[in-house]
Design a protein around this ligand. Structure first.
Ligand code: BGC
Length: 742
């Protein structure tokens, strides 16, 4: 009883504190708002690209015409700008300074797709924390990340920036990133506001062509594309960026239903919404608005608070208010949302001293974490005859254009990186493994290089060595924004280089460093082991070398399905079943008898040339350890709505090597009011197992975890039978069934 009272008093105290701080936040906002002219209000809604700290900019600052700048990361200039805004403008409102700090500021971490391969929320959170510490020391207080677009299409260059194809994984990792950037107190001097983007559906761009239209129907939108955003907003993401694409004919920057009904009314989001670069004025090109004035009217009324760079608000909103086409309330609400985040960030209380604070760039703990993230992001796809890890004393040939490419291993969006700080695999070999004898022959100057002149040198290098390590992949510039590809084989003549090296007859280790899943089926025969690492960032070299020499054991798992042929796209593990699924072996092209009769192949859903299976499934990844799953058991055969069920299995490391396995839980709702996917990830855990150790792993599923948007347009679980699987990938073999009863 005593305890209960104490809890009640505590809850009351917390509620009163929250209420009081909300009240004082509101009071501060209203006080400023009441003094603002319409032009000053619209100024807050205006974000400009930073070009130069010239008279023009200074005048705009003094006149309160800018709410935010982007693309500035010079502390002295930022402080000067903030000081002018704070002390020389009428109302003294500081700017929010935005920057794309996507996977590190100076200490570059693996690209987000690589981070996702770690299946490790804590490492993702640490990466964001470190990026925030470094970026905030340069005066930046807002980052345009995480990108929460689900992507099922490796042609799309921005898959590199995504957290993969799975909604559950991306929701958890995205929320971890938000927490890392923001902590739980935005006013903490090293916190920076996070911006979840691109709201919404951008990853489903038709044909994987960037900026393209999407056609996502309501259930898919609710069950696949929206939850990642909702999860990050639940943990307090301060801002949201609208996407470039239109969905079903409505561009996001003019989509009232998304920005008001879902974001504000349903999710109670109280931060602000910013457009993407030019996404508002592009509504003219889309054919959704006739001119810049209509753009401003549509976006403001839709609930878009701040315009990035295109200036239609500044130009038109005061007039639109006069004409009654945009209400003062719409403007006031937008300004409230922006000021709220500025207050929460403590921008009004900061001293803008123009002095450089001691920077923590590249501090040893940052480097260590970046290396750890790179290690955990590497996926061992193949390891015939235990080629890896390499035994001691072998002479190695280091071959390929990505063995020593300090810029290209960093990946996309590294605006503030310095390639001189990158440690490449070659450099790591030289410094960390001084006893290893090696020869180095890049053979190609960069991944697209078509000059085969030096292939013979690579062949000689392999001949002189015991093993060849061939570093192939993609330069940074081949993935990321506006870098879609229709052919995702290893680019240029890299496959030929690999083939030439393999022809020597020595064991070949293929290391692929890339921004997307490539179609590498044709290359597998030319490699005894394949280590795949999405652009791993600054510490990629040491991470790769430690994995190759066995100081580290691979533990990454695929956050996306690897297809055999580009024509299989989209192919993802959590698809719906057709009425005619192709299960098991299917007839292939060369097996069809000449003049076969129409129905002789079996009428199921597959490709005659590439079959029905991916090359590697979602969740897949090998280890130097051998993991075995057994004894799947359920705490009950039936559960009621509101209850939970515990699912257990034994995981054994049946090898002499310590290792970490990402154990995964999948569920299928067998019959639904709308068809449910054949399998959905519902839990994962990194489990460290000593050599020959066994552990019982446990997942608890509540009925809520089984909920989806169904026929009645609400989020709820439906009673019925469910399959569950536990295993090391999405083709986990251990299966059981339980029933959810009303
Ligand atoms: C991208 C955004 C980015 C913005 C600002 C746009 O082109 O789509 O993701 O945050 O530019 O640099």
């Amino acid at each position: 009883m005593k305890n209960r009272n104490a809890v009640l008093i505590f809850v009351l105290f917390i509620s009163l504190t929250v209420f009081a701080s909300k009240k004082s936040e509101d009071e501060k906002i209203e006080k400023i708002l009441s003094q603002m002219t319409i032009e000053e209000k619209v100024g807050q809604m205006n974000q400009q690209n930073f070009n130069a700290l010239d008279d023009n900019l200074i005048n705009q600052l003094k006149n309160g015409q800018i709410g935010s700048l982007l693309n500035i990361s010079d502390k002295t200039a930022i402080d000067k700008i903030q000081r002018i805004a704070k002390t020389e403008s009428r109302l003294g409102i500081p700017l929010i300074m935005g920057r794309d700090v996507i996977h590190g500021f100076k200490t570059i971490f693996p690209i987000p797709l690589g981070q996702a391969a770690s299946f490790n929320p804590s490492i993702v959170e640490s990466g964001a924390r470190i990026a925030a510490i470094e970026a905030s020391s340069a005066g930046i207080n807002w980052t345009f990340t995480p990108m929460l677009d689900i992507s099922r299409d490796a042609r799309w260059g921005r898959i590199a920036e995504s957290l993969g194809e799975d909604t559950y994984l991306a929701s958890i990792l995205g929320a971890a990133m938000v927490k890392g950037f923001q902590t739980n107190d935005l006013s903490n001097p090293t916190s920076i506001a996070s911006c979840v983007k691109h709201f919404v559906g951008y990853g489903a761009a038709e044909g994987g062509r960037d900026y393209n239209s999407t056609n996502i129907p309501p259930y898919l939108m609710r069950n696949v594309y929206l939850p990642t955003f909702e999860a990050s907003i639940k943990v307090g993401a301060a801002t949201v960026m609208t996407s470039f694409n239109d969905n079903d004919g409505i561009p996001s920057s003019g989509n009232k239903y998304l920005l008001r009904n879902i974001l504000r009314d349903e999710w109670k989001f109280d931060g602000f919404v910013v457009s993407d670069w030019g996404s508002m004025e592009e509504m003219i090109t889309h054919g959704f608005a006739k001119d810049r004035k209509q753009v401003a009217q549509l976006s403001a009324n839709a609930g878009l608070d701040m315009e990035m760079q295109s200036g239609t608000y500044m130009e038109n909103l005061p007039q639109l208010v006069k004409e009654g086409k945009v209400s003062v309330k719409v403007i006031n609400d937008a300004v409230r949302n922006i000021l709220r985040i500025k207050f929460r960030l403590g921008l009004f209380d900061k001293n803008y001293t123009e002095k450089n604070v001691p920077s923590e760039f590249y501090s040893p703990d940052h480097l260590l974490m970046a290396k750890k993230a790179a290690v955990q992001s590497a996926i061992l796809l193949k390891n015939d005859n235990n080629t890896l890890p390499l035994k001691k004393g072998l002479k190695v040939a280091i071959i390929g254009p990505l063995a020593d490419a300090p810029h290209d291993q960093l990946g996309t969006w590294v605006l503030d990186a310095e390639k001189s700080h990158t440690i490449t695999p070659l450099k790591a070999l030289q410094t960390d493994y001084p006893d290893v004898q090696y020869v180095y022959e890049p053979a190609l100057a960069f991944s697209r290089d078509l000059n085969k002149e030096h292939f013979s040198k690579a062949v000689i290098a392999a001949q002189k060595s015991d093993v060849a390590i061939v570093f192939l992949g993609e330069e940074s510039i081949l993935s990321g924004e506006a870098h879609s590809l229709s052919n995702i084989n290893l680019i240029g003549v890299q496959s030929e280089l690999l083939e030439a090296v393999k022809s020597v007859g020595k064991p070949v280790v293929l290391v692929i460093i890339a921004g997307r899943p490539l179609t590498i089926e044709r290359d597998l025969k030319n490699a005894d082991a394949v280590l795949y690492i999405f652009h791993p960032g600054k510490m990629g070299g040491p991470a790769i070398m430690d994995l190759i020499f066995g100081k580290e054991n691979p533990s990454g798992k695929l956050p996306v399905t690897f297809v055999r042929e580009v024509g299989q796209i989209p192919m993802y593990y959590n698809h719906n079943n057709t009425g005619r699924p192709a299960i098991g072996r299917v007839t292939r092209l060369n097996e069809i008898p000449v003049e076969a009769i129409q129905h002789s192949l079996g009428n199921t859903s597959f490709y005659l040339d590439s079959g029905n299976e991916p090359l590697y499934p979602f969740g897949y990844g090998l280890s130097y350890s051998r993991f075995e799953y057994s004894n799947l058991s359920l705490s009950a055969q039936q559960i009621k709505m509101g209850d939970s069920i515990t699912i257990r299995a034994t995981l054994r490391n049946n090898s002499d090597v310590d290792g970490t396995e990402v154990a995964q839980l999948y569920v299928q709702d067998i019959v639904g009011s709308i068809i449910r996917p054949v399998k959905e990830l519902k839990g994962f855990r990194r489990v460290l197992l000593k050599a020959n150790e066994s552990k019982v792993i446990e997942f608890v599923l509540s009925a809520n975890d089984l909920a989806f948007w169904g026929l009645d347009r609400t989020l709820k679980a439906e009673s019925g039978d469910f399959n569950v699987w536990i295993g090391g990938s999405s083709v986990a073999p251990l299966k059981a069934t339980f029933t959810l009863i009303p």
